[in-house]
Design a protein around this ligand. Structure first.
Ligand SMILES: NC(=O)c1ccc[n+]([C@@H]2O[C@H](COP(=O)([O-])OP(=O)(O)OC[C@H]3O[C@@H](n4cnc5c(N)ncnc54)[C@H](OP(=O)(O)O)[C@@H]3O)[C@@H](O)[C@H]2O)c1
Length: 325
């Protein structure tokens, strides 16, 4: 495993980390979740990502349970949560968003479910138009000072919102956000590469999500959607629409072209797509998702590909995957 600093902080995260979205508390059972965490840990993964909304808190419960069961040393791993969407089916106004109340309540809930005394990383899962950014900055600062959170950050905030949060933190002497959690993959590049460029240069870390575009970049959806795959799960029609996209976007065709280059090189498309994310020095950690251990083990092999090819190969890959980008 390779370890990278989270932006300008001293926290060293594994370049490949592991997240619980869709899988833990949902698509997979506790035993498979345990096997996945154990395999990730054995391969040097030290960051496990979660959120209050994943399976309405059950993903955190399962993760807390298996980490305790595996007796991982608390100082050897990092665990995260995210606040915004709530952890109940139909959240009341105080059970969602980024008000001081919900930020504090959600942190307490995550600590309880994950069975830890502090969260290493705590994210604002989306911007909240109904809460002043200053209120959220002060709430996060409070949690850091109380020792309940070590590093706080955001997910899918605009650069303008992040600059505002930094300006407020500077003005009031509060802890500023250290990291962003944006989507980043061969089909979705703009925000990380352009919008966040100045913020990353100034020290913001990024822990990026969906490096395989929910599995699309493995090529598994080229021949249709299997019932055992993420997009074939009942209730995931909204995700299928997002991942497959509009007909004009040709996302399946672009993924197919990535697979063709991978075949030509004799590589796995998944490893190649993940290695492409790892090549970007703005990326602190690539959060992997997997519904079985064999996928995780394959994806962890991506690190070996990073130095294997020169710029011409990566440029070819970009050209077929993001023709406009
Ligand atoms: N901040 C946010 O808003 C946000 C949003 C989304 C995710 N995240 C975080 O990022 C993590 C990773 O995102 P993601 O799960 O979407 O990552 P991803 O790598 O794009 O997709 C992972 C899924 O692709 C399939 N897959 C992975 N490796 C494969 C392989 N080698 N061969 C075939 N299929 C493979 C599996 O699904 P199937 O086997 O079920 O098909 C797996 O669950 C999440 O767990 C979560 O922690 C954050």
């Amino acid at each position: 495993m390779q370890y990278r600093r989270l932006g300008s902080t001293g926290l060293q995260l594994s370049a490949l980390s592991f997240g619980a979205w869709v899988t833990f508390g949902g698509q997979i059972g506790r035993d498979e979740a345990r096997n996945l965490i154990a395999a990730a840990w054995d391969h040097g993964v030290n960051f496990f990502d979660n959120a209050e909304v994943y399976a309405q808190g059950r993903a955190e419960q399962v993760m807390g349970d298996v980490i305790a069961d595996l007796r991982l040393p608390r100082d050897g791993y990092c665990v995260s949560s995210k606040v915004f969407f709530g952890s109940v089916a139909e959240p009341r106004p105080t059970q969602r968003g980024l008000s001081r109340k919900h930020v504090v309540d959600a942190c307490e809930g995550a600590l309880r479910r994950l069975r830890v005394d502090y969260l290493d990383l705590y994210y604002c899962h989306r911007p909240d138009p109904d809460t002043p950014i200053e209120e959220t900055v002060r709430a996060m600062d409070l949690l850091v000072r109380q020792g309940k959170v070590l590093y706080w950050g955001t997910s899918e905030w605009s650069a303008a919102q992040l600059e505002e949060a930094h300006a407020i933190a500077r003005a009031i002497g509060a802890f500023a956000p250290s990291m962003e959690q944006p989507q980043y993959n061969l089909l979705h590049r703009e925000r990380v590469e352009r919008e966040y460029a100045a913020l990353c240069a100034a020290g913001m870390g990024t822990t990026i999500w969906s490096p395989l575009a929910s599995g699309l970049l493995t090529g598994k959806y080229s021949e249709g959607i299997g019932a055992d795959a993420r997009l074939g799960q009942p209730g995931r029609e909204w995700l299928r629409d997002l991942v497959i996209g509009e007909p004009g976007e040709q996302r399946v065709e672009r993924a197919r072209r990535v697979s063709a280059i991978a075949a030509e090189l004799g590589e796995s498309p998944a490893q190649l797509a993940i290695a492409w994310c790892l090549r970007n020095p703005q990326v602190s950690s690539v959060i992997l998702g997997a519904s079985r251990v064999s996928q995780l083990l394959e994806n962890l092999g991506a690190l070996e590909l990073v130095e294997r090819y020169d710029a011409s190969v990566w440029q070819r890959l970009e050209a077929v995957a993001s023709p406009a980008g």
